[in-house]
Design a protein around this ligand. Structure first.
Ligand SMILES: C[S@@+](CC[C@H](N)C(=O)[O-])C[C@H]1O[C@@H](n2cnc3c(N)ncnc32)[C@H](O)[C@@H]1O
Length: 501
């Protein structure tokens, strides 16, 4: 098959399902296409492509068959002990308290595969809500894959679905049948419903399908196959399907930072979870979230020379007479660090516009102030002004050629534009300049995991963890959402222990 034609097929799949076919998977992809053509008795690739691009019932049926072969429905009960514990001990009890008066809960497992995830949620609910029978619980699982949904509806599971389940829990909720098959408890079975939904193509929130106003949406291990713009689009629609204050949980490292202006990240030791908030502040970069552009901490390396340490701020320097040149220089430095502190404080308060306009003034008088330039570069990127952001990055590369930061931000912009190859080489450049630059390691790890290179993804995360161990636990990671170093390290350790990609 010609390279152009394969590209047309990968594009069609990406548009329809969001799935990005990695370079090293192209041979398998081509084989799947050829097999489907054989089954449909089509000899010419272009004709099969036309079938896929059409709107007929035959096209729809073909997409169903093809997507079965392209998606992996790997799932198991109580997947990710940390996230399950967060749901069981914090999030679900909070939602139950909130809904106590109405006694109603609405939960959606998007990309539920064979049903282990929504049934796990049903089990958790019955464990923590003794009078669950008197509640109105809408717990729905949706997926693209019809045969996975059929399996979910059947409620019969083999050993592999229980690989991380406490045997006592299995006894409590399942009945053994011959041939190592287990049937789910009819009450748990009755709590969940299942429906077909393509997260990319279909419309939601959707009242007709009862997909709206959710208290909790879980969409885990689905985004790993999507590119950044697709993830952003799906997260936006999922966010709109939440009620105010509703929670959204994805898999670890699938999205980062603040993926939607209406989602605030809530960082717990077990996992990050997002919450729909009232106000929509400035848009943030959708790509890999690590790069939420509301950087919490001042850029330490470059600022050390200009920003006073905490203790220094508490006891201001003795007044100096502004007459001599030496005194004027000291006074100007103090003034500079005060300005920078003010900018940082505004940024911490979420007043990013004000912080940016002060940073513009600061840069006007100190054109080589790298932290201020980087702040402006992030701010522009978050506002969608990518070319301004890029030229600020180039300015930083000139003034601070050894800094990994501009390359790291440029990599984010490249990801936003779907240029994963370019993003990788920019991140490698950042790591060449600073071999343990944790945000670059983590961003690269996400890309590798998406491309199915679990081994190298793990290695990059281990390097990031080593680098975090050398930082003050209470400090915040520069341009990496509002992660505190120790929380991020804990999160990474859990992720590595869980063996997640
Ligand atoms: C690895 S499974 C994850 C199952 C479960 N969420 C978990 O974490 O255990 C990924 C699922 O996402 C589904 N999926 C992939 N692309 C989808 C799309 N565009 N719309 C809906 N589901 C999709 C696949 O069919 C598959 O069942």
């Amino acid at each position: 098959m010609q390279g152009d034609l394969i590209t047309d097929f990968t594009r069609a799949v990406r548009q329809k399902t969001g799935l990005v076919i990695p370079e090293d998977d192209l041979a398998r992809f081509q084989k799947i296409i050829v097999d489907r053509m054989r089954i449909r008795r089509i000899d010419i690739g272009e004709i099969y492509l036309q079938l896929l691009l059409g709107q007929s019932d035959a096209s729809k049926a073909e997409w169903k068959a093809l997507s079965l072969l392209l998606t992996t429905g790997e799932s198991y009960f109580f997947r990710d002990a940390g996230q399950m514990s967060l749901l069981r001990h914090k999030i679900l009890p909070e939602l139950i308290r909130k809904r106590e008066a109405e006694k109603r809960l609405r939960i959606w497992s998007a990309g539920c595969s064979t049903g282990e995830e929504p049934y796990t949620l049903a089990m958790l609910l019955t464990l923590i809500l003794p009078d669950w029978r008197s509640w109105s619980i809408h717990l729905v699982g949706t997926d693209l894959n019809e045969s996975a949904l059929d399996k979910a509806r059947a409620g019969l599971y083999g050993e592999w679905s229980f690989r991380k389940v406490d045997p006592e829990l299995r006894k409590q909720f399942f009945t053994p049948l011959p041939d190592q098959v287990w049937r789910i408890d009819p009450q748990i079975h009755g709590l969940a419903t299942f429906a077909h939904l393509n997260l990319i193509e279909d419309r939601y929130p959707n009242v007709t399908q009862n997909l709206y106003d959710f208290d909790l949406i879980i969409c885990r291990n689905v985004f790993i196959y999507f590119d950044a713009p697709t993830i952003a689009g799906v997260v936006e629609k999922l966010t709109e399907s939440l009620c105010r204050g509703g929670y959204f949980m994805s898999g670890h490292a699938e999205i980062h930072g603040r993926p939607s202006a209406e989602l605030a990240s809530r960082s717990h030791p077990e996992s990050i979870i997002y919450q729909r908030v009232e106000k929509a502040p400035a848009r943030t970069l959708h790509a890999s979230a690590e790069y939420s552009v509301t950087p919490r901490a001042p850029a330490p390396r470059q600022t050390q020379s200009v920003a006073p340490a905490r203790s220094a701020r508490r006891s201001p320097p003795p007044p100096v007479a502004p007459t001599s040149p030496a005194n004027r220089a000291v006074s100007s430095r103090v003034n500079l660090s005060e300005q920078w502190n003010q900018i940082i404080q505004l940024r911490h308060k979420g007043e990013s516009e004000k912080a940016a306009s002060l940073a513009v003034k600061l840069v006007a008088s100190h054109p080589e102030h790298t932290p201020a330039l980087m702040l402006l570069a992030w701010h522009n990127a978050n506002q969608g002004r990518q070319s301004e952001s890029e030229s600020l990055c180039q300015q930083v590369i000139k003034t601070a050629p050894l800094s990994p930061e501009p390359h790291y931000l440029l990599a984010h912009i490249a990801l936003e534009q779907g240029e994963e190859g370019l993003a990788k080489s920019l991140l490698n450049k950042a790591l060449y300049l600073s071999p343990k630059h944790a945000p670059s390691c983590l961003c690269l790890a996400d890309i590798m995991a998406r491309q199915g290179d679990a081994h190298r993804a793990r290695h990059m995360r281990e390097i990031a963890l080593e680098s975090l161990a050398q930082m003050a636990p209470e400090s915040r990671l520069e341009f990496y959402d509002d992660w505190r170093v120790e929380e991020l390290a804990q999160h990474l350790r859990a992720q590595l222990a869980d063996g997640a990609q």
